[in-house]
Design a protein around this ligand. Structure first.
Ligand code: LLP
Length: 448
């Protein structure tokens, strides 16, 4: 039995292939650890979202949530597919601007945007600021009041919906740091403040209920709560929202236990549900925005590692150690995430031996996969871990001063670097060595 996801192939040499690229060759050419993203799959996911949603709903916009994985090439790719972009920090915004992403298609999120981040967004004509809290409204008054400029905003709401997912990635529940609470009147007060501010234009509302969600009824419930709030706002103020942004969150297949709906189907059903909710409320359909991150890039990614040390503890466990781990994929340590993998150069062989894949970080918790059957792993083999396109590179660290791996985009038999591997020189680039410290490094620094 093979656990290879359907969009990967095994070539005549028995090697794992991604979009026509032999992963063993990619590992040889670019080194390991290496993140490989299947460009064909990313584009397909984008198209499925756009088409599925458009089939079911009058006016739609799909935005890619850059926090899942952002670099300039990805900005350009999703832009080519007609997507907007969700950014959540000055760094993400800067990346998008550097890539030439159209600012009017950017939604700027964040529960504690700084004055500098807001200024960067305002200077560059970001399409929508998603205001998350009263303090942000205060900062916007300081930045925009009296300038004669006007900024379009959405208000982020906390709908009080608990999506069925890991507690660290639930976001819509009432006890959350995100969003203006509908219950208790905070959200309504924020609406009134924005409507009274000549420098702000209220376009509508946003909510994001969580991540890795399989049960779409959570979206229906959230849309219902937001819809009823919008009806209340109309009654109180006369304001009719033009935009409803329901965030991201659709789950992907990490293991064979995960059975997500195909993206196109999920997008279509979400569109249908929202359409029905607003029809029942007799409220004009707002433009529906979705912001998927994981379900655009997650299943398109595979991380390649080289197997090194193997430690067998008789009768207990066999540790197969790879040249990366929690520094390039902290999701296992953070969320108890479960991954599947194959030995890429033995992908055609049966996976018989149950082993534990451990990373190289100086930490017992640096385990990538517990108890996975692999095909006779040996030092020098290439291990391919699936579904690592989202929240891996973007959450990677330099723990143990490990350089961050490179990222390659694979399409039609060609692998192209889109993020270079970090170097040791880059690792020390920000270190400063004041002259009072002794040692060789000082002498070099002093002598220039
Ligand atoms: N929109 C907003 C406002 C969000 O906060 C998020 C994710 C998304 C969209 C995209 O959600 P997605 O479609 O990717 O589920 N680091 C965690 C996930 C954190 C998600 C945070 N917000 C993980 O590795 O599972």
């Amino acid at each position: 039995m093979t656990n290879i996801p359907e969009h990967f192939q095994i070539n005549s040499q028995g090697h794992l292939e991604v979009s026509g690229c032999d992963t063993v060759e990619l590992a040889k050419k670019f080194g390991t650890p290496l993140y490989v993203l299947d460009e064909t799959r990313i584009r397909q996911n984008c198209r499925d979202y756009v088409a599925g949603l458009a089939e079911a709903y009058p006016e739609t916009q799909v935005c890619y949530a850059g926090k899942a994985f952002l670099c300039r090439a990805i900005c350009c790719l999703v832009e080519q597919e007609g997507l907007g972009l969700d950014v959540v920090s000055g760094g993400e915004l800067f990346t998008a601007l550097k890539a030439g992403f159209p600012p009017e298609k950017i939604y700027f999120h964040g529960n504690n945007k700084s004055r500098e981040e807001l200024a960067l967004a305002l200077e560059n004509g970001v399409g929508y600021l998603v205001v998350d809290g009263l303090y942000e409204l205060e900062l916007l008054r300081e930045l925009l009041g009296g300038t004669g400029k006007r900024q379009r905003v959405l208000l982020r709401l906390a709908p009080g919906v608990e999506a069925h997912t890991h507690v660290y990635i639930q976001t819509g529940q009432e006890d959350s740091k995100f969003g203006l609470a509908i219950n208790g009147g905070q959200a309504l007060r924020a609406v009134k403040t924005v409507l009274e501010s000549p420098y702000l234009e209220l376009a509508g509302f946003h909510a994001h209920i969580g991540s890795q969600i399989f049960d779409l009824t959570s979206y229906e419930v959230a849309a219902g709560i937001l819809g009823r709030f919008m009806v209340e706002v109309r009654r109180e103020t006369g304001f009719i929202a033009k935009v409803l942004n329901l965030g991201g969150g659709l789950g992907i297949r990490y293991t064979r236990e995960d059975k997500p709906l195909p993206v196109r189907e999920a997008a279509k059903r979400t569109g249908q549900m929202v359409r029905e909710v607003f029809a029942a409320l007799d409220y004009p359909w707002p433009k529906l925005v979705l912001e998927p991150g994981r379900s655009i890039v997650g299943d398109a990614g595979v991380t390649l590692y080289t197997i090194g040390n193997i430690k067998t503890i008789p009768g207990i466990r066999r540790y197969v150690m790879v040249d990366g781990g929690m520094a390039d994929n902290p999701r296992v340590a953070l969320y108890q995430a479960v991954y599947e993998a194959v030995v890429a150069n033995k992908a055609g062989r049966p996976a018989g031996e149950v082993v534990t894949v451990a990373g190289k970080a100086c930490e017992s918790g640096d385990i990538l996969i517990r108890d996975i059957p692999l095909a006779a792993p040996e030092p020098g083999d290439i291990l391919a871990v699936f579904a690592t396109g989202a929240y891996t590179y973007s959450m990677a660290s330099n723990y143990n001063r490990l350089p961050r791996p490179a990222v390659v985009l694979a399409a039609n038999g060609q692998g192209e670097l889109i993020v270079a591997r970090e170097t040791y020189e880059q690792i020390v680039a920000n270190d400063l060595l004041p002259p009072r410290f002794c040692g060789k490094g000082v002498r070099e620094a002093v002598e220039g």
